[in-house]
Design a protein around this ligand. Structure first.
Ligand code: UDP
Length: 398
């Protein structure tokens, strides 16, 4: 039976933030707490299958749909997630559009029953703190990063080593009651302990959140209902030797330049191992497809290499016995999913805190090898990025 507790969850509409929040909603609801997750229509369609199934199984989960004013903010119609942006130069428009959800949410608040007891929201949605203040309920931040990263960031700021570290904003969550982290004590004990000290104990490591997907259908549809059409590559995986396949996916946002993509593909080819390579869209996808078409790459690796265009069921793939290594960009979700699957990692960080995660994986935990990426890519300029990793680097790391 549901208790009188009701948690209102407000995710950032970006796969790396929304997916763990969906997992978290299920986890919280399993403790008989009513959960309402604020979502927009297109995201409800994309992520709703898993949530609706959880609801149908008796978990007290509701979806509160709010219209997303994409076109009012210069975004294409139907663009409701960061990974839908035609270019990351429109990120500010996207965040501005998110801010406008505050008023309709406040208008709906009093209709929510039982009255919400707290708000759990993404750290990047600072306006949600105002909603919590207005309705006098605690605001708990979901921070999609590890405790290791929290400490690195904290120490960088405290030491003022680099005065211009504007990206490292630890002030945002100052008014929060506490912080939820997708991690677990045994993974980074020292850093969890230290971070708890800084936050007066109000840090809850409730991960690994991906473990809340108990069956293959939930694993298959995690992050996109469409990835149910994955029969082909799962059957191919069934034919491969144990721990032989290199699964390569650089997250939901990375868009490699054609040059960099070619080096990655050729590095995988040269490695002689079977592999899966997830190919994302982006503004230069036609050039990538043209190369794939004209270079003969796909016919050369036929049977040994599988390209997944679009969304891959990552957690399902990683749990397959045939996967032997994970070539990852070290997004925190991917990192912890790799850890849970027990596969060694080949690390190619791209942006944000991914370089810290690489340090944790390679230098602290000793469960990965880097390809040698040295410089962060700025998503907004990613299309103009220069090449920094060559096929030999990829092949050698594998
Ligand atoms: N993901 C997936 N299929 C894809 C790409 C990504 O299932 O084709 C999932 C992945 O399992 C992870 C999330 O999307 O849960 C990506 O989050 P992460 O923090 O690793 O990286 P980001 O996408 O934020 O850079």
């Amino acid at each position: 039976m549901a208790s009188s507790l009701h948690f209102l969850m407000i995710p950032l509409m970006c796969p790396g933030h929304l997916i763990p929040m969906v997992d978290m909603a299920k986890l919280i609801a399993q403790h008989s707490v009513t959960v309402t997750i604020v979502i927009t229509p297109r995201n409800a369609e994309r992520y709703g299958a898993v949530l609706n199934r959880a609801g149908a199984s008796g978990l007290p989960i509701n979806l509160l749909q709010l219209r997303f004013p994409a076109t009012d903010h210069g975004l294409p119609d139907g663009c409701e997630g960061v990974d839908d942006l035609p270019t990351f130069k429109l990120s500010k428009n996207f965040y501005d559009a998110c801010t406008t959800l505050q008023q309709p949410l406040e208008d709906m608040f009093n209709n929510l029953k039982p009255t919400p007891s707290c708000i759990i929201s993404d750290k990047n949605l600072s306006w949600t703190a105002d909603v919590a203040n207005k309705f006098r309920i605690p605001w708990v931040v979901f921070d999609g990063m590890s405790c290791f990263t929290q400490l690195v960031t904290h120490n960088l700021c405290a030491s003022k080593i680099h005065e211009k570290l504007t990206d490292f904003d630890t002030e945002v969550e100052l008014g929060a009651y506490g912080t939820i982290i997708n991690s677990f004590d045994d993974l980074e004990t020292k850093y969890v302990d230290e971070f708890k000290k800084i936050k007066q104990g109000r840090v809850w490591c409730i991960g690994p959140l991906s473990n809340s997907n108990k069956n293959d259908l939930d694993r298959a549809q995690r992050g996109s209902k469409d990835s149910i059409n994955n029969d082909g590559y799962m059957k191919w995986l069934d034919l491969q030797h144990d721990r032989s396949v290199i699964y390569t996916c650089l997250g939901s946002l990375t868009r490699l330049t054609p040059l960099q993509f070619i080096e990655l593909a050729l590095g995988l080819e040269d490695s002689q191992y079977p592999f899966i390579l997830v190919v994302k869209g982006g503004s230069r996808i036609e050039e990538i497809e043209k190369w794939l078409d004209e270079s003969g790459f796909e016919s050369r690796v036929k049977g040994r290499g599988v390209l997944i265009r679009g969304w891959a069921s990552q957690v399902l793939i990683l749990s397959h016995r045939a996967v032997g290594a994970f070539l990852t960009h070290c997004g925190w979700n991917s990192t912890i999913e790799g850890v849970c699957a027990g596969v060694p990692m080949i690390t190619w960080p791209q942006f944000a805190e991914q370089f810290f995660n690489e340090r944790l994986v390679v230098q602290v935990l000793g469960i990965g090898v880097g390809v040698g990426a040295q410089r962060a890519i700025h998503l907004e300029d990613a299309d103009d990025g220069v090449m920094q990793v060559e096929r030999e680097d990829v092949c050698k790391a594998i």
